[in-house]
Design a protein around this ligand. Structure first.
Ligand SMILES: *Cc1c(COP(=O)(O)O)cnc(C)c1O
Length: 418
């Protein structure tokens, strides 16, 4: 492939250069961001990008797909062995699209669906009124208890018994604790609902075998590939039992999408081999350890964390309790070259544009090679910024830490690949 140079398109080229400099000089604690390996990156945009392979292996709408077929079958086989499941679909453009495609194909407009409340950590593709998924279906929601800000399974059960949903969806984008899939499975069985796990955030921790897997409890698992899984951004994966395979495949094509992006399937295939290596397991272990180090640093400075801490890569800081808000602290941290995002918290009293919380995570900086000590230090310095409501001197201290610790630091640490 030809390399992109300034002469190809100066304006775009310059923006790519500036983005690279930004990524290198800032630290990303965005819980949903990561950096994929150079190998995976090189397959994105490879020659497969121009191939129309509409359909599935062996059943394409155009010819010339012999290598596309081999590639997609390879990705499917690797997905099955990485997660230990019966069937995999690797064509979805994103987890959001995978979710919507499944709802569209498997359920009727009047069917009941149950999911975690958005404010309590759920995801907008699980029936938020402003998302397409919220336009149909009779949605009911469960959430966390006021006492410990964790899922209350007795309440989940009683809401399920009352509403008798066709499916129970679990998994969210700002829930810092693990979900007891076995309990969710029991509840789903009791009301004769499918159990559908949206694993977008923690798929890498499951593939790395450092937290329990939702398989075999779940009937359907959907995930994005770019969060803890450390793969290409723009990629959904669906895992399911053989009994649902036909319906799931139909949901994506021809149900919602046209031709798949074969270069992204190449990147996904490569990713699904990477996650089965010893190095990836070490990575997943470190992601957990580093999140705990962040937690210690924050708690040491007196910061309140939603649910008291984390059991994954993700932490949610409660800012209401110290009189500030997510918007203010997100801006203060950006001054220090730390990228995060404001996020609502359970029982939030602020509008989402301000938000009572800040979400952070350890996946991306672990990829760059930050160790426990650095995460502890960052946690402490963020704690000081939070407790001082963005005091200029505290921000400056953090900014100089970031400058010193990112100098010459690549985005992807070579130790994570074989
Ligand atoms: C991030 C996220 C998604 C969306 O993933 P995309 O691949 O970006 O569409 C879906 N569900 C949950 C729970 C998420 O956290």
């Amino acid at each position: 492939m030809e390399k992109v140079t300034a002469s190809s398109d100066k304006e775009v080229y310059n923006l790519v250069q500036m983005e690279e400099r930004r990524q290198l000089s800032q630290i990303s604690l965005v819980a949903s961001e990561n950096y994929s390996s150079p190998a995976i990156r090189s397959f994105e945009g490879s020659i497969f990008a121009d191939k129309n392979a509409e359909g599935y292996p062996g059943k394409r709408c155009v010819s010339g797909c012999e290598f596309a077929d081999k590639l997609e079958n390879l990705a499917i086989d690797r997905a099955k062995s990485a997660f230990g499941c019966e069937h995999a679909n690797v064509q979805a453009m994103s987890a959001t699209i995978a979710n919507f495609a499944i709802m569209n194909e498997l359920f009727q407009p009047l069917d009941g669906l149950m999911a975690m409340r958005l404010q309590d950590g759920g995801h907008l593709s699980h029936g938020a009124p402003f998302h397409a998924s919220g336009q149909n279906f009779r949605w009911c929601y469960y959430g966390v208890s006021k006492a410990d800000e964790q899922l209350d399974y007795d309440e989940v059960r009683s809401i399920a018994l009352e509403n008798r949903p066709a499916a129970i969806i679990c998994g969210g984008s700002s829930y810092p604790r693990l979900i007891d899939y076995e309990k969710m499975h029991q509840i789903a069985r009791e009301v004769d609902a499918l159990l559908w796990v949206d694993l977008a955030h923690t798929a890498g921790l499951v593939a790395g075998r450092v937290i329990p897997s939702p398989l075999p409890h779940a009937d359907i698992v959907t995930t994005s590939t770019h969060k803890t899984l450390r793969g290409p951004r723009g990629g959904g994966l669906i895992l399911c039992k053989n009994s649902l395979a036909k319906q799931i495949d139909r949901a994506i094509f021809p149900g919602l999408q046209g031709a798949p992006k074969m270069d992204l399937i190449a990147a996904r295939a490569s990713l699904l081999a990477e996650v089965q290596t010893v190095q990836f397991r070490e990575y997943a272990k470190d992601v957990l350890k580093n999140a705990k180090a962040l937690e210690r640093g924050l708690i040491y400075e007196g910061v309140t964390l939603v649910s008291g801490g984390t059991s994954s890569h993700l932490l949610l800081i409660n800012l209401l309790s110290c009189g500030t808000n997510g918007s203010q602290i997100e801006k203060a941290l950006l001054q220090a070259q730390v990228v995060t995002n404001k996020n609502p918290i359970p029982f939030d009293t602020l509008p989402p544009s301000k938000a009572g919380g800040l979400r952070i995570g350890s996946a991306a900086m672990t990829t760059r090679g930050f160790n426990e000590e650095q995460f502890f230090e960052v946690g402490g310095m963020i704690g000081k910024v939070v407790m001082s409501e963005g005091n200029h001197d505290r921000v400056e201290e953090l900014r100089s830490f970031v400058e010193q610790n990112t100098q010459g630091l690549p985005l992807f640490n070579r130790k994570w690949v074989a």
